[in-house]
Structure formats: structure tokens, C-alpha cells
Write a protein that binds this ligand. Structure first.
Ligand code: HEM
Length: 419
């Protein structure tokens, strides 16, 4: 349901301010809706009716499919994610992140790509669990191909890369379809986001729409979580004083407490993560098609016309944020001099009714990654002064490469400090 892209219009973008209200045409074709109120209203109107399109086969035969609302699908996922946010699934998620970091020890790596790999491979079983190594490799290849396309920009890929991307996408479709069939036959059940789709909605959705639902989540976990993880790594590496504060906080509690209470036992790390998500919100722009005729601040959009919204620019709007371009985790403290705006002025996870379903898990995953980077691993940058963040499709640390090194685990008061 979410479309994202458009790095080409980024160059001239500014967050709305006292002089411009953030709603204007770009190139006469696309309406930029950069103001928080306007974007929130446009999204609410555009997605008020979230009925899924008819199944492909029914479209061909000119008949109606059973009606399914995207809200039903989302609500099943949100319930399942509450279970997936419990201690044991979080321990497993942390273990998967640690094993990707372990696998990179001593190799020269681009940390931004490593962050994508850590985030995606750890989240994959949350979406579809129980896949073989070969099947997981196809899904990972598909995710990497999509990211490469985003990174390279339109036309920036070689023919070979385009061909590999098609193959990976087709294979991903086959793997997920086969898994849905296995689950439907009752061959196995798993605690993941695919299971409730099969158990509760498969007869109404049919195989194609079920596949599309699962691949929507696979696409969603292939971009923003890894981009946020890369920016978290960047901020930790560039700010040793914050890394030391977080290390102290993590050392004060056993890891079990972190896994049990989510972010509550690490309030400073949580503030740090919130600031990473505000400062470097991904994706930078999301392109939306008008599903109904829309009027946005007197600009009319016909069905099918495009408008663009930007979580990043809303989170940098100086009319609502104090000193928005400064990275300051303390702005999230209870006693901070300026109150941080809430609601639709703070949208690292987008807007209702299509806001990210994984906001809670995504935030906890970042705190757990910070835990690993403060207690088990450290990043040694090849050129610390050169590293910087570029704003492209997602915020992207550049010249951010080097080596992952092991650390001696801090004494957290338990024998099991490393999940
Ligand atoms: C830090 C991590 C994450 C960030 C920054 C993030 C960000 C976003 C954003 C900005 C959107 C677009 C919302 C909109 O359309 O207004 C989105 C959508 C979505 N995200 Fe996330 N996300 C994260 C983690 C996750 C995780 C862990 C999952 C699932 C396990 C997930 C699943 C989804 C899905 C399914 C959608 C589409 C929702 C819809 O169209 O109804 N995300 N995410």
C-alpha cells in the first residue's frame, strides 16, 4: 500500500518554514505536500477506504472477489507483533543480529550495507519463519537488489543487476507462495506475520493477494529498518561520549531486563534511538497516487495523479521543532527546555491509516543493536573524519566503512550477557 521513491526531486527540497507553506507543484506534475497538517489530512482522505483490489483472476473473469480491508490485515499483524515483542522472540532477534555482526568480524565492510544486512536478516523470520538457508538467501538477494536500485537511482543499474533483480523477485514470489501452501496444508505453523494471513484470511484473500500481503512486509523491512540501523551505527561511531553513556546504562542492567521491558530499562538508549529516527527519517520521500479526487490546500489532484510526502522534512520543520538540524537525544528528556511535538508533527513511521505496523519492534530492534554495539562489538572506522550522511532515497552514511571488532562483554551481572 505504500509507494516510495523519487530521489531526483530531493536536491531542491527544504523543510517548510515561515516563508513557504510546504505545498507546491514540482515540475508541474507532482504535488509536494511537505507540511505536516496537509500531509496528514491528504493521507487520511486518500486511504480512508482501504478495501483491497479484486483478485487478478476475478478481474480477468469480470467478477468480484470477497471483500477484504487492508485494516483487517494490519490488525492481525499488529496483534501478532505484540507476541513477537516478548522476551524470547526478542532474544532470538538479538541473536540473529549478533550472528551477522560475528560473521563480519575482521572483514573490511561498508557499515551502511552491513546495517541493512543486520536489520533485514534479523527481521526476515519475523515475517516468514522456517525457511531453508537457500530460500532465505533468495529473499535476502531480492531485498539487496531493491536497495541497490534505490541506491543507484533511476537508470543507475547495469543490465546484469537488472536481470538479477528480476530473477530474485521471481524466486521470492515462488518461495513465499510455496510457504503459504505448506502452511495452508497444515504442514507447519510458525510464530510470524505470514501465519495469521494463512490462518484467518487465506480463503477470502486467495493465494495472489496473500502473497502480495506478505511481500509488502518483506519490502517494508528491506529499507527503513536498515537505513535507521546504519544511521544509529553512524551516530554511535561519531559520538564517543554518547556511546560511553549508553554503555554505562546497558552495564547497569542484565540483558534479560532489556529483553523483558523493551526500552524501559534503557531510557537514554531509547532517547538516542528516537533522535536517530527523527534526525534521519527514512524514506525521505514517499510517492502516493490519488485514489480519489483530492484537494490539498486548494490544489486539485485527479485520481492517479501523484503527490509526495516526506517524513524527513516534517521531522525537520522549524515551525514545530527547535533546532531541528541538530542531533540532540536530550530533546526527548522529560525536563528538556522545548517540548517535542507529537502526533503528526513527529512521523518517523509515517501517517495513519497506513503508518508503519512495526514501529514498536523497529525501535526495540535499534535499542538492541545499540546494546550489541556497546557491549559485544565496536566499529573501527577507516576514515573517521570522512564519514557523513547523504540524503538520497533514504539517509545514507557515506565513507562509512572499516572493521567490526569484538569487545570484551561488559559485566551485566549475569552469566548470559550476550543473547
Ligand atoms: C526503524 C524501523 C522502521 C522504520 C523507520 C519504518 C518506517 C516506515 C514508514 C515511514 C512507513 C510508511 C508509512 C506510511 O505509509 O505513512 C512504513 C510502512 C510499513 N512498515 Fe515500517 N518501518 C520500520 C520497521 C518495520 C518493521 C520492523 C516492520 C515489520 C516487521 C515494518 C512493516 C511495515 C509495513 C507492513 C508497512 C506498510 C504499512 C501499510 O501500508 O499499511 N516496518 N514503515
Amino acid at each position: 500500500m505504500t509507494e516510495r521513491d523519487d530521489p531526483d526531486v530531493l536536491a531542491n527540497l527544504r523543510a517548510p518554514n515561515a516563508e513557504h507553506d510546504g505545498v507546491f507543484w514540482h515540475g508541474g506534475r507532482r504535488l509536494m505536500v511537505l507540511d505536516a497538517d496537509a500531509a496528514s489530512r491528504a493521507n487520511a482522505e486518500n486511504f480512508a477506504d482501504l478495501t483491497l483490489p479484486d483478485r487478478f483472476v476475478d478481474q480477468l473473469l469480470g467478477r468480484r472477489s470477497p471483500v477484504v480491508s487492508w485494516r483487517q490485515v494490519r490488525s492481525l499483524w499488529l496483534s501478532q507483533l505484540r507476541v513477537l515483542g516478548a522476551e524470547e522472540p526478542l532474544r532470538a532477534l538479538t541473536g540473529r543480529m549478533a550472528s551477522v555482526l560475528d560473521g563480519s568480524l575482521g572483514r573490511h565492510v561498508d557499515f551502511a550495507w552491513l546495517a541493512h544486512e543486520v536489520a533485514f536478516r534479523a527481521l526476515l523470520p519475523v515475517v516468514v519463519d522456517g525457511l531453508s538457508t537457500v530460500e532465505q538467501a533468495w529473499l535476502t538477494r531480492d531485498a539487496i537488489a531493491k536497495l541497490t536500485r534505490l541506491d543507484a537511482g533511476p537508470g543507475g543499474q547495469t543490465r546484469r543487476q537488472r536481470w538479477e533483480a528480476v530473477v530474485a523477485q521471481v524466486q521470492t514470489g515462488r518461495v513465499v507462495r510455496r510457504e503459504i501452501r505448506r502452511r495452508a496444508r497444515g504442514d507447519r505453523t510458525r510464530l510470524d506475520l505470514t501465519q495469521p494471513v494463512v490462518d484467518r484470511l487465506l480463503p477470502a484473500l486467495g493465494p495472489d493477494r496473500a502473497l502480495e500481503a506478505v511481500t509488502t512486509v518483506l519490502t517494508a523491512i528491506a529499507g527503513p529498518p536498515g537505513a535507521a540501523a546504519g544511521c544509529l551505527m553512524y551516530e554511535l561511531a561519531k559520538r564517543p561520549e554518547w556511546a560511553a553513556t549508553l554503555t554505562e546504562e546497558f552495564a547497569a542492567h542484565p540483558v534479560e531486563q532489556l529483553l523483558r521491558s523493551g526500552t524501559r530499562s534503557a531510557p537514554t538508549a531509547h532517547r538516542f534511538v528516537k533522535e536517530v529516527l527523527r534526525m534521519w527519517s527514512a524514506p525521505l520521500l514517499m510517492t502516493r497516487s490519488a485514489r480519489i479526487p483530492l484537494t490539498v490546500r486548494a490544489h486539485r489532484l485527479a485520481v492517479g495523479q501523484h503527490y509526495l510526502v516526506s517524513p524527513y522534512l516534517v521531522n525537520h520543520d522549524e515551525r514545530h521543532w527547535s533546532d531541528p538540524d541538530t542531533f540532540d537525544p536530550d530533546r526527548w528528556s522529560a525536563g528538556a527546555p522545548h517540548r517535542t511535538p507529537g502526533g503528526h508533527y513527529h512521523v518517523p513511521f509515517g501517517w495513519a491509516p497506513t503508518a508503519c505496523i512495526g514501529a514498536g519492534l523497529g525501535s526495540v530492534q535499534l535499542v538492541l543493536l545499540a546494546y550489541l554495539l556497546c557491549t559485544r562489538f565496536r566499529l573501527e572506522l577507516r576514515a573517521p573524519d570522512a564519514a557523513r550522511v547523504a540524503l538520497s532515497a533514504v539517509p545514507r552514511p557515506l565513507d562509512f566503512d572499516g572493521w567490526v571488532r569484538p569487545r570484551h562483554p561488559v559485566d551485566t551481572g549475569t552469566t548470559d550477557s550476550c543473547p
